[in-house]
Design a protein around this ligand. Structure first.
Ligand SMILES: Cc1cc2nc3c(=O)[nH]c(=O)nc-3n(C[C@H](O)[C@H](O)[C@H](O)COP(=O)(O)OP(=O)(O)OC[C@H]3O[C@@H](n4cnc5c(N)ncnc54)[C@H](O)[C@@H]3O)c2cc1C
Length: 248
């Protein structure tokens, strides 16, 4: 289970600090209760809209705490204005605290193939997703089939160039089948990550077949942006997103 406290785009230091403190407490509890769980933070939730320095400081604080508690921290990727600093923070933090942090990369961005090559030896996990933010066609593939082509290419690159630490964040049966076949070919250790409430019977079946499935569970009352992104991806998502929010 990957726990994400809903909240983003804070422009007041106190709001970011509150969520950082909640993540620190959550990590302590995950370890104390010996739960098979990690957390996923958003850069703009822990200070990025206030300053790069505050984000990096908070991020390193959370990861250092996880390192001490033998826990794990994922970092979501937000819109393209945040990509540089987020990747920089990932590289620095993963080197200081190896295999304690994982970073999301978005295949819809044209830069991502180069970014993956730059981070391929960084001692942190990599979650590859199609990308949930509306970006300009100068920097991103905007056509669905071009995004799918880029996603296939990035998945193939990761499985061919890493022996472990690869996560596929997708509900797409075709992409999951591709990952499974590449994993057998290259013997790469990987996991499939899916949102709570989406294709849960498929999640269960794969888990029963021995695939590592991590369910991304958002919780808390700041649900609007999450709900909006899910419905923008697919209007049928309205129901599952509502159910996940109500459950949390
Ligand atoms: C764990 C996780 C973490 C993520 N983190 C980030 C992040 O940090 N930054 C970011 O930009 N994006 C993130 N995303 C969102 C991601 O970028 C995509 O926008 C989102 O996953 C939709 O793409 P898809 O690959 O699931 O499939 P889509 O391209 O939306 O759909 C492809 C096919 O998948 C199946 N499918 C998709 N959704 C459903 C559904 N609800 N029910 C049944 N079948 C479905 C259908 O067969 C569909 O035709 C994350 C996604 C996941 C799962």
């Amino acid at each position: 289970m990957i726990l994400n406290l809903l909240g983003e785009h804070y422009d007041i230091t106190g709001e970011a600090k509150e969520d950082v403190d909640t993540y620190l407490e959550l990590i302590t509890q995950i370890t104390a209760e010996n739960l098979d769980a990690s957390v996923s933070v958003k850069p703009s939730q822990i200070g990025l809209d206030i300053s790069d320095e505050l984000f990096v400081e908070n991020y390193q604080k959370i990861v250092a705490h996880a390192y001490e508690h033998d826990a794990f921290v994922w970092c979501d990727m937000e819109d393209a204005t945040t990509t540089d600093i987020t990747i920089q923070a990932f590289c620095e933090t993963a080197k200081a605290h190896p295999w304690t942090v994982g970073q999301c990369f978005q295949s819809n961005l044209k830069r991502t193939a180069d970014d993956l090559a730059d981070v391929i030896d960084v001692p942190g996990k990599i979650r590859i997703v199609k990308g949930a933010y509306n970006e300009s066609s100068t920097i991103a593939y905007t056509d669905k089939s071009a995004v799918n082509d880029a996603y296939r290419r990035d998945i193939e690159y990761l499985f061919s160039n890493r022996s472990h630490g690869v996560a596929i964040g997708s509900h797409d049966p075709e992409m999951i089948a591709l990952a499974q076949s590449l994993a057998s070919e290259h013997e790469t250790e990987y996991e499939i990550q899916m949102l709570m409430g989406v294709r849960e019977s498929a999640q269960l079946e794969m888990a029963q077949d021995g695939v590592t499935i991590s369910q991304y569970a958002p919780y808390g009352d700041k649900w609007f942006s999450y709900f909006y992104r899910r419905v923008r991806e697919r209007k049928e998502n309205a129901l599952f997103a509502l159910r996940a929010i109500v459950r949390s």
